[in-house]
Ligand binder design. Structure first.
Ligand code: BGO
Length: 653
């Protein structure tokens, strides 16, 4: 035999050490006793090619000291025997406790082959060990196994077959200087009794029995006294503490703990008892919504202001009265810019919706809504597409495909356009910024709730007229809650905000270009004056909106072009008031708080955009699409008039 290796197999009790040993040795066993004690000693010799491996199974222990028989056998064997390496079997599901022993064996200065056994159990408990990180830190290969199923044993053999190249662990624990110095001193003065740093530390912390030698004892006691005086504590405690700290530091870097499936389910159940509670569920949902808008404002507003200032500065750089300058100033910066300033708010809205969706809360909201929706003849499941409508109505309408029956699909698709999508948000932000500075969250939150209420009422009425069958009960599997991924939510919000920006650069840009042209023609009229083409169109429409409180021709034009997309409402106002000091001041002089409110209600209720109508037509048919346009425009107008007239009646406006 050209090469002979003796390898010890060490580990905590129940780490799977025997299973590993048996997998490596098969039936080639020699069973005897450890010298002087009746503790079984197992050895197995395996020949692979021209190499012989002798594996020695040492007793399972948590530590290495002279305090117990098993530990003493293990320690003696590891210190006195000429070993080529030690396989340290670690229970991955109890990494910290097992790694403590790994550290002790490492302190002995031995070559180690660490085996991360029970990796199946670890996974089940939601523990991930970063094997690559461990291997990189210690400069030795860590092997992942499931010994009971023989998994990873071939990887272990790969390491064993290359054992000639195996080095010692390169990272180790350093103790405070006085301790290290004392260990060195002991090794230097008593080289026969103390052959390694591990032994020196063992002698110092009392883990190893001190030989019957007067001089040796005296020096040890002296050193212990010196260290304890300097460190103000017991030396054995200090050493143990440092070892635990070391283990924790490695675990912190290399062990990731998630909740196991069972733990997750148990925790989810507990959370659900509150979140989906008959009495608390509704208020919690409302609070979540309120918080959403509170964050949109508190986090988003400073950014919105910066961008606004940036556009104002840009606008002041464009001087001259030429056609190009006018288009850049009134069309591009005032029109498209008015929409783009709200990009931060839109991003935050999408981000928070993604967090709600990813955490599993959105499904709960549907569950909570089910009871309420049932009372109204709708399916609770319909609430998920409806809530998605807060982002954008188009994908929300497409999501009705997930509903099982025709009636739910139709009613939900007809209800979604009233869910206030992100395109309406710039309109609200613009108006609340001028008229409701101290109640921004409350006003916007109320508009969103109004949207939900209208959506449900519309669905209820349509059901009464067109469908009569009973509603099937909601059977819904609620996914376990989990910590939402910031990365996923950021990416999702980034993509959706990207669409918003793209829309501003293409569709809204096109609309603004048309409005700007119509506001500049016929040649010779003042820009955006009542004599311009658009001024005349708007003036013809204005009386229609007078009962709703916004009789200015600019507001009429904004609402007409808002049919294309709701962002265009802001873009249009920006373009038409582009010649004035600022959009906010123009709005402030043209609207009152009451007419601003009725304008926002109108914007919320009448059709969201042409694309939504096209999607409704594609999903549920032309008849429903036409009905959606008719109902929403009429309802929007009636509600706006109602708000304004009721406000006036109450003396608000
Ligand atoms: C019994 N994964 C799992 N899930 N189990 C393992 C693994 C692993 O990676 N490795 C070992 N086991 P020992 P020590 C048993 O014996 O090797 C199991 O003390 C049983 N026995 O099969 O003995 C292994 O030498 C009846 O389980 O460890 C063993 O370190 C029912 O872990 C136990 C269930 O392994 C301890 C398990 C009659």
């Amino acid at each position: 035999m050209s090469k002979e290796y003796v390898i010890a197999v060490a580990g905590n009790p129940n780490s799977g050490k025997t299973s590993i040993f048996n997998r490596l040795t098969g039936a080639n066993l020699k069973v005897g006793n450890w010298p002087g004690v009746t503790v079984e000693k197992k050895e197995g010799r395996v020949v692979r090619g021209d190499t012989a491996f002798t594996f020695v199974d040492i007793p399972g222990t948590y530590g290495l000291s002279a305090r117990s028989v098993d530990e003493r056998i293990a320690m003696d064997f590891l210190t006195k025997e000429r070993l080529h390496a030690v396989i340290v079997v670690l229970d991955s599901a109890n990494f910290n406790r097992n790694f403590y022993l790994f550290n002790l064996i490492m302190e002995m200065g031995l070559r180690i082959i660490p085996v991360l056994n029970m990796s199946d159990m670890a996974e089940k408990r939601g523990i991930t060990l970063h094997v690559d990180r461990l291997s990189a830190i210690f400069g030795i290969p860590f092997v992942k196994t499931v010994a009971s199923r023989g998994k990873g044993i071939s990887d272990l053999w790969n390491v064993l077959e290359n054992i000639g190249q195996l080095g010692k662990p390169k990272h180790s624990l350093l103790y405070p200087k006085p301790v290290e110095a004392a260990a060195l001193k002991l090794m230097g003065r008593f080289p026969k009794q103390v052959t390694s740093r591990f032994q020196a530390l063992g002698v110092l912390d009392g883990g190893i029995v001190i030989p019957e030698d007067e001089e040796f004892r005296r020096v040890v006691t002296e050193l212990q006294g010196e260290i304890e005086e300097g460190l103000d504590g017991d030396l054995d405690e200090l050493i143990a503490e440092k070892r635990y700290e070391f283990v924790y530091s490695i675990a912190k870097e290399c062990v990731e703990r998630r909740l196991s499936t069972e733990q997750k389910v148990a925790l989810s159940d507990r959370i659900d008892r509150v979140v989906t509670n008959r009495y608390f569920g509704g208020p919690i949902f409302l609070f979540a919504m309120w918080l959403l808008f509170f964050l949109v404002f508190t986090v988003g507003n400073p950014f919105v202001e910066w961008i606004n200032n940036g556009f104002s500065a840009l606008s002041s750089l464009v001087s001259g009265s030429g056609i190009v300058a006018s288009f850049i100033r009134e069309g591009l910066i005032s029109g498209v810019g008015a929409v783009l300033v709200f990009v931060p708010s839109i991003f935050i809205l999408f981000f928070l919706i993604a967090i709600m969706e990813d955490s599993g809360y959105l499904a709960r909201a549907a569950f909570v809504a089910d009871r309420f929706m049932h009372a109204l003849g709708l399916h609770g499941k319909s609430f998920i597409p409806m809530l998605l409508g807060f982002g954008c109505n188009i994908p929300a309408i497409m999501a009705v495909r997930t509903l099982e029956n025709e009636k739910d699909r139709v009613l939900t698709a007809m209800a979604i356009p009233y869910m206030s999508c992100s395109a309406r948000l710039p309109v609200y932000l613009l108006f609340v910024g001028v008229f409701f500075t101290h109640h921004q969250t409350t006003v916007v939150f109320s508009l969103y709730i109004l949207g939900i209420v209208i959506a449900i009422v519309v669905a209820r009425v349509l059901r009464r007229i067109f469908f009569t069958k009973a509603v099937s009960p909601l059977i819904m599997e609620l996914p376990a809650y989990h910590v939402p991924s910031i990365k996923t939510a950021t990416r999702s919000a980034g993509i959706r905000t990207g669409f918003f920006v793209k829309k501003a650069g293409t569709f809204i840009f096109g609309a603004v270009l048309v409005i700007w042209m119509l506001a500049s023609l016929p040649a010779g009229v003042g820009y955006a004056s009542a004599e311009s083409i658009i001024g005349r169109i708007g003036s013809a429409m204005a009386p229609v909106f007078a009962p709703a409180g916004f009789a200015s021709w600019q507001a009429s034009v904004a609402l007409i072009f808002g049919f294309l997309a709701k962002e265009v409402v802001v873009g249009t106002l920006g373009t038409l008031y582009g010649g004035q000091a600022s959009l906010s001041s123009a709005i402030g002089s043209q609207f009152s708080a009451l007419s601003a409110m009725s304008f926002m209600v109108m914007t919320l209720v009448y059709i969201p955009c042409v694309s939504t109508i096209a999607v409704i037509r594609r999903e549920i048919g032309t008849k429903w699409a036409a009905l959606s346009v008719g109902v929403s425009v009429t309802l929007g107008y009636v509600l706006a008039v109602l708000v304004f007239q009721a406000g006036r009646f109450l003396g608000i406006g």
